[in-house]
Design a protein around this ligand. Structure first.
Ligand SMILES: [Mg+2]
Length: 234
């Protein structure tokens, strides 16, 4: 597959584990949500410790597997069902979700992230294509993206082509003019390449590329390396 940065007019970014570490912020948000429940819905936390509450998520998925593509709806459903069992209303579930969601946006951006996005947005159209639910305005970087695509029940998650197609339509570009950047070999790299979109694999975890998949056109292990690759050729 071609690897030609000169054709690139737009860049789409995965978010979780591409611009910040995901696992640590989700752990923090789940802790924050549980502490909120201790205070506002104690009948739940008297019966469920934090780990037991998290297992409810898997139980919801067993009954409604389609929610795997909509992480917001999945967590709201889990909270609503659990709180309802203890006679708390949907307003309490909504507030508990908000406690989670605000904390979920307290991400630690990787070093150099803002500078890179600022520089790229001078030269390219920049989009976000995420299977997660981070709120870019709460994070304070929404002004650096012209377009944001988030998976939910109506927007199938990557590697499905839906959000990639929407991004190309919005920018009115052919696939070869988009570069998608992400950490996941399957959802980001293979998903983009299936449509003829060039892919940059952000491998900050230094994992081994899965042999069964064709490699990305570009690979970097840090944002500074990415900066150099994308901005030093002009
Ligand atoms: Mg990711």
């Amino acid at each position: 597959m071609i690897a030609d940065l000169r054709q690139i007019k737009a860049i789409s970014f995965d978010l979780d584990d591409t611009l910040w570490d995901c696992a640590s912020v989700i752990r923090h948000a789940e802790r924050t949500c549980y502490e909120w429940l201790v205070e506002h819905a104690p009948r739940v936390t008297e019966s469920f410790d934090a780990a037991a509450l998290l297992r409810r998520r898997a139980q919801v998925l067993e009954v409604q597997p389609e929610l795997v593509g909509d992480v917001t709806k999945l967590r709201k459903t889990m909270l609503e069902q659990t709180l309802a069992e203890f006679d708390y209303g949907s307003d309490v579930a909504e507030a508990a979700f908000n406690a989670f969601y605000v904390a979920r946006s307290q991400v630690q951006l990787y070093e150099g992230c803002i500078g890179l996005l600022e520089a790229l947005s001078q030269q390219y159209s920049v989009a976000a294509i995420t299977n997660g639910n981070a709120d870019l305005s709460l994070i304070g970087i929404d002004h650096l993206f012209q377009s944001v695509h988030m998976a939910d029940l109506d927007n199938p998650a990557k590697p499905h082509r839906f959000m990639f197609d929407r991004c190309l339509e919005e920018f009115d570009l052919p696939p070869s003019a988009l570069l998608h950047i992400g950490d996941n070999p399957q959802t980001d790299v293979a998903g983009a390449q299936a449509l003829g979109i060039q892919a940059l694999w952000f491998n900050s975890q230094k994992i081994v590329w899965p042999e069964a998949l064709p490699r990305a056109q570009f690979e970097v292990e840090s944002l500074s390396e990415m900066h150099e690759l994308l901005l030093s050729t002009e």
